[in-house]
Design a protein around this ligand. Structure first.
Ligand code: PLP
Length: 386
């Protein structure tokens, strides 16, 4: 049996050609032709006023934190069940992460628990669109408006997904995207900041370019460029953007394939959900997923761990995530303990992500599910007999 990896970066076709073109154009630094192409394509497709390409989603989150004016003494509400960057970007600007539990269906920030976490120090909410399925944005945006909070969407996994008619990343004050090689559209490492409130555009351009007004200089708006604010090196290489443009151009084809893979897993696993053996992902009506991943929730941690080992023994590389951030070494320094966020902690023990990549074949999916089925039914029968 040949090995089934967890992820396999997909080359859509023109990536290397565009890199060669970038080299031929003579500008492989920042903000060249392909950087502008990527930003324009996403501004148009996602209905975002301004997209700034960045080296990663993490750097876009850091920029959002700076632009929101977050600092020491400020609190930011976010899920604990997320990748480290959502929280590390908040700490990077000196603010304090306040972790709230997730909904058991979408595994997104539980909007019903947010209001009670708001204090006079709360300045922002950073919802995450887990697996490319939107958090409950109407409720979160209403809460934010009522309490005068910034909303930064961590849409790292939500590129080309939507909530109602609006693209993820276009709903909050800011949205952040990732083009890491594990994401739907990728260039190895890459990201973008979506700015939905025009008052921030000018300062964002400055922070992104080492605190200089170079963007205004290139547009001819000022006659020299100089140091005007804090900032960092948040401009990606034109080479990465050239590669990414080859992927973004094929967005619909890539999305179609992911939808097929997701639908097949969902279909093949339906009876196991009906038998109460596992839970498949849930997409609320009104949310359009980008099918970033397919996961299953098992009945307990030992079952998840045993299934993971079983699949590995068959050379099928399923993976789990996340270690809850509130229980990480840094998270605990904020005073969190085991049991504080029960849904997060259960999901962390029970979730398994299945192999998911463009070239995953129907036969491979059938084989993966056959292994899952025989293992889980066997385990259940053994328990019943005991
Ligand atoms: C991947 C991911 C990130 C980090 O993205 P990078 O581009 O690697 O910085 C942040 N948040 C979430 C939810 C992610 O899945």
């Amino acid at each position: 049996m040949s090995k089934i990896p967890f992820n396999k970066p997909f080359i859509a076709g023109k990536e290397l050609y565009y890199i060669a073109q970038a080299v031929a154009l003579g500008n492989i630094g920042g903000d060249g032709h392909f950087t502008r192409c990527c930003a324009a394509l996403m501004e148009q497709r996602f209905g975002v006023g301004k997209i700034l390409m960045t080296p990663s989603c993490t750097s876009a989150l850091e920029m959002a934190g700076i632009l929101c004016g977050l600092g020491p003494g400020d609190e930011v509400i976010l899920p604990s069940y997320t990748f480290v960057s959502t929280a590390s970007a908040i700490c990077r600007v000196g603010a304090k992460p306040v972790f709230v539990d997730i909904r058991p269906d979408t595994l997104n920030l539980d909007e019903r628990l947010v209001e009670s976490a708001i204090t006079p120090a709360t300045k922002a909410i950073f919802p995450v669109h887990y697996a490319g399925v939107s958090a409950e944005m109407d409720t979160l945006l209403q809460l934010a408006a009522r309490h005068d909070l910034w909303v930064v969407e961590d849409a790292a996994q939500g590129v080309n997904a939507s909530y109602g008619k609006q693209s993820l990343g276009s709903l909050g004050h800011f949205g952040t995207f990732s083009f890491h090689e594990t994401k739907n559209y990728m260039c190895g490492e890459g990201g973008a900041l979506a700015i939905n409130d025009p008052q921030f555009i000018q300062r964002a351009e400055i922070i992104r370019d080492k605190g200089t007004n170079r963007s205004q200089f290139f547009r001819g708006e000022v006659d020299k460029y100089t140091w005007v604010d804090i900032g960092s090196s948040y401009v990606p290489s034109e080479i990465a953007c050239a590669f990414l443009y080859g992927q973004l151009e094929m967005m619909d084809e890539i999305a179609d394939r992911r939808r097929q893979i997701y639908a097949r897993y969902s279909f093949l696993l339906e009876d196991l959900q009906q038998a109460g053996i596992l839970q498949r992902p849930h997409i609320p009506s009104g949310c359009q997923s980008n099918y970033h991943m397919f996961y299953i929730l098992l009945e307990d941690g030992p079952t998840r761990d045993a299934l993971l080992d079983h699949l590995r023994s068959r050379d099928i590389h399923a993976v789990f995530h996340y270690i809850p951030l509130h229980l990480s070494p840094v998270g605990r320094t904020f005073g969190y303990n085991d049991g504080d966020l029960p849904v997060t902690e259960r999901v962390s023990r029970c979730l398994l992500r299945l192999p998911f990549y463009h070239e995953l074949t129907r036969e491979a999916q059938e084989m993966i599910v056959t292994e899952i089925r025989s293992f889980l039914l066997g385990r259940r029968n053994n328990r019943l007999a005991a």
